[in-house]
Design a protein around this ligand. Structure first.
Ligand code: ZN
Length: 338
């Protein structure tokens, strides 16, 4: 009986050792490299001097570059002949708007201790929205819908339509409409809409002193912050009016538009639809007002039609980012065309 138990123990140990050595052969060490205070990256350690040094230097090239938050992951597999290893590094670079994803491929010859091939896998960069992780296709047209003067009760109708088609837009809030509509602003934020500042009282800025303009902005900033914990990212001056003085006072990018739907004038969904379809093209910033029902109804015609034609609906900040347009304080943007 004792002997049987001994045999069982020995054979179990033997199997465990076999499994252990088999695993050892297949797997390489996982090492950690500290990029900065918060970022570590893991990488495989092959016990091949030149290869390991090469990978270490490659990853070190990401050191010392601030202003980007990095996540690097990897995957490696033997190629068919078992002598070569294909190693893929997946690199995610984040800013506060989007995530860029790129892939770098290495082919390693373990016998010769050499990196035999290095290239970026195509497509080199994918861009995902931070929140929905939706894929933005750079070869397809994109536009930004913008809504001014809200919120009011109708804003929920506009949000319903945007939610129905899963598209994003930018809302330039009018400060005097914020009180009693905090829940709508919270909903905008939950749906990942971009929120901009349309000043407090819709006065003509050319008639206001610098200090008065600053006050108009600050009231809206503070109100928005108290609801969603973030400040508006962009400014749209009332009536889209600006001059050199106003540009110096406004501390964010100034967003106007290149297509005006005139929804405030005609209150006709068909008219709004026609105006957009007549002129729409890649890089447009479209002006609408979320406070009218005709605008919501017009959207229900415009969005499916443009989605059908391959358009992507992005926020203004996304549009400028994807179109590689530098975003600057006090600069005026009416579209994202070069
Ligand atoms: Zn307005």
């Amino acid at each position: 009986m004792k002997r049987d138990l001994f045999l069982l123990l020995v054979s179990t140990l033997f199997i465990l050792m076999l499994v252990y050595f088999y695993e050892q052969k297949e797997q390489f060490l996982n090492k950690k490299l500290q990029l900065n205070e918060n970022t570590y990256i893991e990488y495989p350690y092959f016990h091949r001097k030149e290869i390991d040094q090469y990978i270490y230097q490659y990853l070190n090239s990401y050191l010392g570059e601030d202003n980007r938050s990095l996540f690097i992951d990897y995957d490696y597999n033997y190629l068919e002949d078992e002598k070569l290893v294909r190693l893929l590094f997946y690199i995610y670079e984040e800013n506060d708007v989007i995530v860029k994803e790129s892939v770098k491929e290495f082919v390693l010859d373990l016998e010769k201790d050499k990196v035999v091939k290095v290239f970026m896998v195509k497509p080199t960069i994918k861009m995902y929205d931070n929140f929905y992780q939706r894929l933005i296709q750079m070869n397809k047209p994109m536009i930004a819908l913008t809504f001014d003067d809200g919120p009011n009760y109708n804003t929920n109708k506009v949000l319903d339509i945007l939610e129905k088609y899963q598209v994003k837009a930018t809302f330039f809030l009018l400060g005097c409409n914020i009180v009693h509509h905090e829940d709508i602003i919270q909903r905008m934020s939950n749906l990942n809409m971009e929120i901009g500042n349309h000043m407090y009282s819709h006065k003509l800025l050319t008639k206001l002193k610098n200090e008065e303009i600053k006050k108009e902005i600050k009231i809206v900033d503070d109100a928005v912050f108290s609801i969603i914990g973030r400040y508006p990212t962009l400014i749209r001056p009332s009536y889209g009016t600006y001059n050199k003085r106003i540009q110096n006072v406004l501390d964010r990018p100034i967003i106007i538009w290149n297509i005006d739907t005139l929804d405030w004038k005609y209150h006709s969904s068909k008219n709004i639809y026609k105006r957009v379809m007549k002129d729409v093209s890649d890089g447009d910033i479209i002006l609408m007002h979320d406070i009218y029902r005709a605008t919501a109804n017009g959207l229900d015609l415009i969005i499916p039609k443009l989605l059908d034609e391959g358009y992507q609906f992005v926020t203004v900040s996304e549009l400028l980012y994807y179109k590689d347009i530098e975003i600057k304080q006090g600069r005026v943007y009416s579209d994202a065309k070069k």
